[in-house]
Design a protein around this ligand. Structure first.
Ligand code: GDP
Length: 296
């Protein structure tokens, strides 16, 4: 994970260390290498700009330059900036009491990992003593309904679907009634995705949102798609007011640009990360641990 960013940053720090005492111009040259690593990691441009301003302001000054170990100080400055840019995070799903229905609305582009992540959350909730009901609201692809049923069977978590229905709002309404009937306390809505953000998708999601009145709207994005993931997060947030992002496929992401950019660009925190295809491969997102991983 994040090998490219790790290598780039450690190269920059190594250059700084090699200088011993640092002049302002040595420091600026070292920071240029940090900037290059961020750009190569596909970090969004405004994030690179703001990040560089922050670390330059904190590094190019007497306090750091005249310190005993300036290069080590810069590592600390970068570490703290990474944490601040990726956080803070409220991991809570804000579940209501067990006698009320909490609704989690999952959205995201096709292939982002939305259905898999719905299953991962279902597993987590079941393990926490909850009674989740997963709902197949993706009526674009019949295969999506089958996929959710397969996941439900694997986890022994019930799935609601209606293959005769063309309207996800009607499915949502029926699922709310079904949840009451079977005593489910968390509804996980697996909504439709598209290959790209488009008006029809956003309209559909807004209609589902109005019917479901979700307690949490969670956007699933694929970290491997870098800045595109961040741009789609911005579009989804404009339409739906997201509560959190779940960043998937981090296990295969060598660059890390999306992880670093999403919070700063959208204001929405990453709550969880997907780190594998298996249904137990979901972790809470901790900016400090992530910053530690990035710095190696
Ligand atoms: P959807 O179209 O958004 O519902 O996406 P899917 O849930 O069908 O996932 C698309 C592909 O990504 C599947 O092959 C999943 O197994 C895979 N996938 C989802 N999350 C992760 C993850 O965190 N890591 C890895 N490596 N693969 C993932």
């Amino acid at each position: 994970m994040f090998e490219a960013l790790q290598d780039g940053l450690s190269g920059a720090f190594k250059t700084l260390r090699g200088q011993g005492k640092l002049s302002e111009s040595n420091m600026r040259d070292g920071l240029k290498l940090v900037e290059r690593s961020l750009l190569e990691a596909d970090v969004s441009f405004p994030v690179v700009r703001d990040f560089m301003k922050r670390i330059t302001d904190e590094s190019v000054g007497e306090a750091v330059l005249k310190s005993l170990n300036p290069s080590q100080q810069v590592v600390g400055v970068v570490y703290q900036a990474l944490i601040d840019f990726m956080g803070p995070v409220d991991h809570s799903l804000h579940l209501k009491g067990k006698n009320e229905l909490t609704v989690l609305m999952m959205c995201g582009l096709q292939g982002s990992g939305k259905t898999t992540t719905s299953g991962k959350l279902g597993r987590l909730l079941k393990a926490a003593g909850r009674s989740p009901l997963m709902v197949a609201c993706d009526l674009q692809r019949p295969a999506a309904i089958d996929q959710l049923h397969i996941i439900g069977e694997q986890l022994d978590v019930p799935v609601f679907s209606d293959r005769t229905q063309k309207d996800p709002v009607a499915v949502t309404k029926a699922a709310q009634a079904h949840a009451k009937k079977i005593g489910a306390d968390v509804l996980i809505l697996d909504t439709a995705g598209r290959l790209h953000v488009d008006e029809a998708l956003m309209e559909e999601l807004k209609r589902v949102d109005r019917q479901a009145m979700p307690d949490q709207v969670l956007l699933v994005i694929d970290s491997m798609t870098g800045q595109d993931a961040v741009n789609s997060a911005k579009a989804f947030n404009d339409a739906l007011e997201l509560d959190g992002v779940i960043l998937t496929k981090l296990d295969g992401d060598a660059r890390g640009g999306a992880a670093l950019s999403v919070k700063h660009v959208t204001g929405v925190p990453i709550k969880f990360i997907g780190v594998g295809e298996h249904l137990d491969a979901l972790e809470e997102f901790h900016p400090d641990r992530m910053a530690g991983r990035i710095l190696g």
